[in-house]
Design a protein around this ligand. Structure first.
Ligand SMILES: O=P(O)(O)OC[C@H]1O[C@](O)(CO)[C@@H](O)[C@@H]1O
Length: 458
């Protein structure tokens, strides 16, 4: 079905890898974007349908039989969306109760016509649009407008990570305020982005013997695959703020589950050692890319940790809850900016409040591959291009990006490294086996923030 429907347009897709200096797109049939749109996304939609079917009895119990009608309509809508994707139809506008529909519709309407369908659009636009459409079916239902169809997967990931959490909880107690400990924690945190949900291939048995952070960092085995490690610059940036009354770190989260646990440990470390006076976590407003953290996942995680049978894990949970009660670890106000289709360099124009919030902070840590794609605009830069250039002016504060490499977007590598990797490990850009920790200083001057937009463009 998919084959024949795509093949009607197939002649317009190119049997090529994504060329340099272009946006990622399903148009390039040898790209990971194509594979994702052709088979991974339909698989995810099928998984949503199966989740709904298997949860039906539970939902009927909770909402009564009326929910069956919602379920029928939603399942039909997901199936329709799947067909639209396979036929590479044009994106349609949002017409329901979506709180961000104006922004989305403005964005969609401004897309050039040839770039307004799934396989022709920039991959980031098409993928974000699919996740956004999925949730709109629930938002517009009668009873399921708050339903998170990915919640079980996220919770399962944490439940399965008991041994790793226990080891990490022990290994991170009593860490000193020094670069070595900070850097190890950063690397463990980066590694957790590799082993997110569905990639949890790492061996818990191995970890169970290691309650020492040095060994854990080695188990992570990332060092040999850490292509760029600018954690010294991140450390220096935090050191520079020493003595300031307020040191805010913005933490733009990625996945829930075990990855989020390591985010919390890093936040705890920053707060405990006065490297930050406040860590502000930015989470997603709607179910996103399967495993992304939402506000309710934060609440669920902290309470899960508190009730954990391993005393050390439970102690960490209580400590985090205290930090939250003291407003040292806080959630940023919900915004749909993170679940929009836009690259981050447009933040100053589309969400000035958020941009202003960042300008008052010492550091923003962007976690994960999708955040990286949005920082770089889902664009194939020269692999040796400087990080600062690729941000295209998005420097409201000092910025750190930490991700394992899961798509063809990268920058800041020494000349020749990307070519070498391609020769020795052709899958290196999508395997998640390689990682980067990159950093750049903020723009020194934010004076243009106070001038009207027309002046900014002139
Ligand atoms: O959770 P992360 O690290 O943002 O990864 C999500 C990424 O993974 C992918 O599914 C590619 O594997 C992309 O869609 C996206 O960039």
């Amino acid at each position: 079905m998919l084959r024949s429907s795509i093949s009607s347009n197939e002649s317009e897709l190119l049997d090529a890898a994504t060329p340099r200096h272009s946006l990622l797109s399903g148009r390039f049939k040898q790209s990971f974007a194509y594979v994702t749109l052709r088979s991974r996304m339909p698989g995810i939609m099928l998984q949503v349908i199966q989740t709904l079917q298997s949860k039906q009895p539970e939902l009927v119990q909770e909402y009564g039989e009326e929910v069956e009608k919602d379920l029928r309509v939603i399942i039909e809508s997901v199936e329709r969306l799947k067909r639209e994707l396979s036929r590479d139809t044009q994106f349609t506008l949002f017409h329901g109760n979506e709180p961000d529909k104006l922004e989305w519709n403005a964005f969609l309407s401004e897309l050039p016509h040839p770039k307004r369908s799934y396989f022709r659009a920039c991959w980031m636009h098409a993928e974000c649009y699919l996740y956004r459409r999925l949730y709109s079916f629930f938002e517009n239902s009668r009873l399921l407008h708050n339903f998170d169809y990915f919640a079980d997967l996220k919770q399962e990931d944490l439940k399965l990570s008991g041994v790793a959490m226990q080891s990490l909880a022990v290994a991170t107690r009593g860490l000193g305020k020094n670069f070595e400990s900070f850097s190890k924690l950063m690397r463990i945190n980066l590694w957790s982005n590799h082993y997110e949900i569905q990639l949890s291939a790492f061996s818990h048995e191995k970890l169970s013997n290691y309650v020492d952070i040095d060994l854990m960092a080695q188990v992570a085995g990332l060092d040999k695959h850490l292509l760029i490690n600018e954690s010294t610059l991140v450390w220096n940036c935090l050191m520079k703020a020493k003595g300031q009354k307020q040191i805010v770190v913005e933490y733009i989260c990625d996945n829930a589950g075990f990855e989020f646990f390591t985010d919390l440990l890093l936040s705890e470390y920053l707060l405990e050692h006065g490297l930050a006076t406040q860590v502000r976590m930015h989470v997603k407003a709607i179910p996103w890319y399967i495993s992304d953290v939402m506000e309710r996942d934060v609440e669920w995680t902290v309470s899960f940790l508190m009730q954990h049978k391993q005393p050390m894990v439970s102690m960490v949970g209580h400590k985090l809850a205290r930090m939250m009660a003291e407003q040292r670890l806080v959630l940023a106000p919900t915004t749909h900016f993170w679940t929009g289709p836009q690259p981050y360099f447009v933040m100053v124009d589309c969400n000035i409040e958020l941009y202003r919030m960042f300008t008052g902070s010492q550091l923003a840590i962007f976690k994960g591959d999708l955040n990286y794609r949005k920082l770089l605009g889902d664009y194939i830069w020269d692999s040796a291009e400087e990080f600062i250039t690729c941000l295209r002016g998005f420097r409201p504060c000092n910025i750190c990006a930490m991700r394992t490499v899961k798509c063809e977007v990268i920058c800041g590598l020494p000349e020749g490294v990307a070519d070498h990797l391609l020769r020795v490990d052709p899958q290196w850009m999508i395997s998640g086996n390689y990682g980067v920790i990159q950093y750049t200083d903020s723009l020194k001057c934010n004076c243009y923030l106070s001038s009207p937009p027309s002046k900014r463009n002139s």
